[in-house]
Design a protein around this ligand. Structure first.
Ligand code: HEC
Ligand code: HEC
Ligand code: HEC
Ligand code: HEC
Ligand code: HEC
Ligand code: HEC
Ligand code: HEC
Length: 596
């Protein structure tokens, strides 16, 4: 499908014109075909279009109708061929939508999204385009954009329920169970519309119930559960949670019995529970708590309420690549302000978050008076020069603001916090229990914990918490990979790839050929920093790669090393790599033979 990419080039230039929705031919027969199309009679529309084309083969209106009717019947390549003939300047939002969704179905994500983007520019209210964009953005994790598209869809007549359902699902992913409940309850008021769109009312009800329990509204959740057949196992399981939340132990036990094995399906399933914050775990898991709170996971973010306590530069710092630029960061009265002077101009912002524990470096996210977020150009490093340009910022920025810092869009700001905090939504609010967590707390990996504490106290036969200890290695890799894997734009050949341990290890034969027995926790305790003694790791290597005379501890005996079967494995097979990302050192987790 090379052609289509070139074909879409220049779309942006024509969409303004497209927006006017020009109807080229007022032809009556086309009108009839269009009516059939609007009524969902794709085959009828196709017949009408073909009959016009039989006498006037170049009729643009009929060609467009034919392409639409074919796309609707799943004949995308035929439709694409006609669109190419027709040219982008005759395409409307409907056509761009059909083209884009056909491309997406075939896995052509880049051009598919470009076509959907053009469809939205041609008509910002085209419902199916909004629906497709919201769904795609949600799967990509672009949640803020997804929420915007879903909200807009919710305002389109006939699409209120679908918009509400999409919005509910995105708000749930945004850790906003209140917002999710409102959107889904409203969608559920539109019964006939839901059935027309093929939505499964029972599924939506279950999602609503989850959000209600998460929002701490257990009794409302129980009300809504009455609308579901009690024989449904998932509903019974949800009912056990709603009753647990409401403090009804016996009913919770009874519901659990009805739920059968529903709760035992996936040890990693996150509970529909409110957060309670890491401090609440200390009471019963004091050892885990102490070690985890000392680890760099817990120190990888410093919040607004603690930021003034950090070490700041003693005076102005001259920019190392542009002496006319001077940076200052000052802590005064519990507040930290950054100022950068570029010649005559001065830029200012309030520092919100310090990112990174400081092992490799620490950068700062600051909010300007306009509300915009910047990652400051000045970062702190553990070695000289202590205050230096933030890794990966350009030596010469594109504009003078760039000397102050790199603009961070709301979506990336959310992503920064998603990987460096327990709940990104609570990160600025230390009044919320998990908002008071240091950096990454227990509930980032084990899911929200209030129901767990209730379950333990009520002596329920289930612990009501995600238990990675019982999960498969692939699931553990997925948990760590939420933060430790490479974005799709970073290929293995990219020098910066070493930064992503999950992506690296996934390529190694140690992982791919050890039949579900190797994961990150084979070598790391997730509650502690990485062990620094090579002997510790080499013992693990030898657990699988015993010399052929020995019996290996894990699985069948693997071949030993023909070069050095006893020691020093890491230097040759898992080397440290310096400066792949400026001023950092990473360990190459793609365990292999490195040949020059
Ligand atoms: C009231 C005491 C109590 C509190 C508070 C508590 N737990 Fe537990 N937790 C237990 C008990 C008891 C068990 C089951 C026995 C065990 O594994 O220690 C358990 C088990 C677990 C397990 C499963 C262990 C396994 O074997 O797979 C995890 C994970 C867990 N807790 C995490 C947490 C987290 C996270 C918090 C805070 C949000 C928390 N707990 C708060 C008492 C508590
Ligand atoms: C996909 C998850 C993810 C996102 C998104 C993310 N980080 Fe990180 N960040 C990590 C991980 C994992 C590390 C530790 C390993 C490493 O250094 O790459 C880290 C380390 C850091 C460090 C310490 C220096 C270093 O490289 O070790 C800083 C500073 C930092 N991140 C800042 C940010 C900022 C600012 C953002 C948002 C623009 C951000 N991070 C977004 C996962 C993420
Ligand atoms: C970075 C993710 C992560 C964080 C943060 C985290 N855990 Fe865990 N936890 C895991 C994984 C993975 C396992 C399974 C380890 C294994 O299989 O060896 C686990 C296992 C456990 C267990 C059961 C096995 C054991 O080692 O005792 C308990 C209890 C537990 N975690 C409690 C906590 C508590 C309490 C906190 C916060 C103080 C916490 N965890 C923070 C990932 C995490
Ligand atoms: C929420 C995102 C997130 C998840 C999930 C996560 N990590 Fe991390 N991890 C980080 C960040 C951020 C850092 C960098 C900490 C710092 O600033 O130094 C880090 C650092 C580490 C380190 C280096 C600690 C050191 O010694 O400096 C190890 C090892 C590690 N993670 C292992 C794991 C494992 C194993 C898992 C899965 C059980 C996991 N992580 C899950 C974000 C995450
Ligand atoms: C869970 C078991 C396991 C562990 C732990 C393990 N490996 Fe492996 N490794 C394997 C398997 C399986 C293969 C595939 C070849 C084979 O079957 O011998 C392999 C292959 C290799 C290869 C050949 C790779 C290639 O591309 O040809 C090297 C080198 C290697 N391992 C080194 C190490 C080192 C060094 C460590 C410790 C840091 C380690 N392994 C830890 C299971 C393991
Ligand atoms: C075979 C053992 C082994 C496995 C499996 C393993 N690591 Fe490591 N990891 C190491 C070693 C060795 C280091 C270097 C420790 C040191 O600092 O001396 C390391 C360091 C790290 C660091 C610190 C930054 C760096 O790259 O040096 C992070 C983060 C990390 N590992 C994450 C992970 C994650 C996530 C997984 C799961 C994909 C994983 N590791 C699996 C051996 C392992
Ligand atoms: C001085 C560097 C060096 C050290 C130290 C070293 N290796 Fe190797 N290893 C090699 C090289 C080079 C090869 C490839 C040999 C060949 O193909 O001729 C290799 C091959 C291997 C293989 C693949 C064997 C096969 O036939 O497929 C394994 C497994 C392995 N090493 C494991 C280890 C382990 C485990 C250790 C530590 C106990 C270790 N190595 C220490 C350099 C080293």
């Amino acid at each position: 499908m090379l052609g289509i990419a070139g074909f879409l080039v220049g779309l942006a230039a024509v969409v303004g014109w497209l927006g006017k929705g020009r109807h080229s031919e007022g032809n009556d027969r086309v009108g009839r075909g269009e009516r059939a199309y609007r009524a969902g009679d794709w085959a009828g529309a196709e017949v009408a279009a073909r009959s016009i084309l039989a006498t006037s083969s170049g009729d643009a209106g009929a060609l467009r109708l034919l392409a639409r009717a074919m796309a609707r019947q799943g004949r995308n390549s035929g439709a694409e061929a006609i669109y190419r003939k027709l040219g982008t300047d005759r395409m409307q939002a409907e056509d761009l939508y059909l083209l884009g969704s056909g491309l997406l179905r075939r896995g052509e994500v880049g051009v598919g999204m470009a076509a959907l983007g053009a469809a939205r520019e041609a008509d910002p209210d085209h419902a199916e385009t909004l629906d497709a964009l919201a769904r795609r953005w949600e799967t990509e994790g672009s949640l803020i954009q997804a929420a915007e598209a879903a909200s807009r869809l919710r305002r389109r007549p006939g699409w209120e329920s679908r918009g509400g359902i999409r919005l509910g699902s995105v708000r749930a992913a945004l850790f906003d169970p209140e917002g999710a409940s409102v959107a889904m309850s409203e969608a559920l008021l539109r019964d006939s519309e839901m059935s027309r769109l093929g939505e499964d009312r029972r599924e939506i009800l279950k999602r609503l119930v989850r959000s209600l329990i998460q929002a701490g509204r257990g009794s409302e959740a129980m009300e809504r559960l009455r609308e579901i057949d009690p024989a449904d196992q998932e509903a019974a399981w949800l009912s056990s949670r709603a009753r647990l939340a409401a403090g009804h132990r016996e009913e919770a036990l009874e519901a659990l019995r009805r739920a059968g094995d529903f709760g035992h399906r996936d040890p990693m399933a996150s509970e529909p529970s409110p957060f309670i914050g890491a401090r609440a775990c200390e009471r019963c898991h004091a050892d885990r708590f102490d070690e985890q709170q000392r680890s760099r996971h817990a120190r990888t973010l410093v919040r607004p309420n603690a930021i003034a306590g950090l070490v700041w530069p003693k005076g102005p710092v001259q920019d190392r690549s542009e002496p006319k630029v001077v940076h200052e960061i000052r802590a005064t009265e519990g507040r930290v302000e950054a100022e950068t002077k570029v010649g005559e101009r001065a830029f200012r912002a309030v520092v919100l978050f310090a990112m990174g524990s400081g092992r490799q470096g620490r950068s700062f996210l600051a909010r300007e008076a306009s509300g915009a977020i910047r990652e400051l150009r000045l970062s702190r490093y553990p070695s000289d020069p202590e205050w230096d340009r933030t890794m990966e910022h350009p030596v010469v920025p594109p504009d003078s603001e760039g000397y102050f810092g790199r603009p961070i869009q709301p979506e990336s700001f959310r992503r920064c916090l998603h990987c460096h905090a327990t709940n990104f939504r609570a990160a600025e609010d230390s009044n919320r229990p998990e908002g008071a967590d240091r950096g990454i707390g227990c509930e980032r990996c084990h899911g929200p914990g209030e129901l767990h504490v209730r379950a333990v106290e009520a002596k329920l036969p289930e612990l009501a918490i995600a238990r990675p200890r019982l999960a498969k290695p692939t699931q553990v890799m997925a948990l760590c990979g939420d933060c430790h894997s490479a974005p799709p734009s970073t290929a293995p050949a990219d020098p910066g790839f070493v930064r992503y341990q999950v992506s690296g290890l996934s390529l190694s034969r140690c992982y791919t050929e050890s039949t579900d027995s190797l994961s990150c926790v084979t070598c790391h305790d997730p509650h502690q920093d990485a062990e620094t003694s090579p002997a510790y790791y080499e013992a693990i290597c030898l657990g699988c790669h015993a010399q052929s005379t020995q019996k290996s501890a894990r699985g069948p005996t693997r071949k030993g090393c023909p070069v050095n079967a006893r020691s020093d494995c890491l230097n040759c097979h898992m080397p440290r790599v310096s400066n792949a990302v400026p001023r950092t050192v990473f360990t190459d987790h793609s365990i292999r033979v490195h040949r020059p």
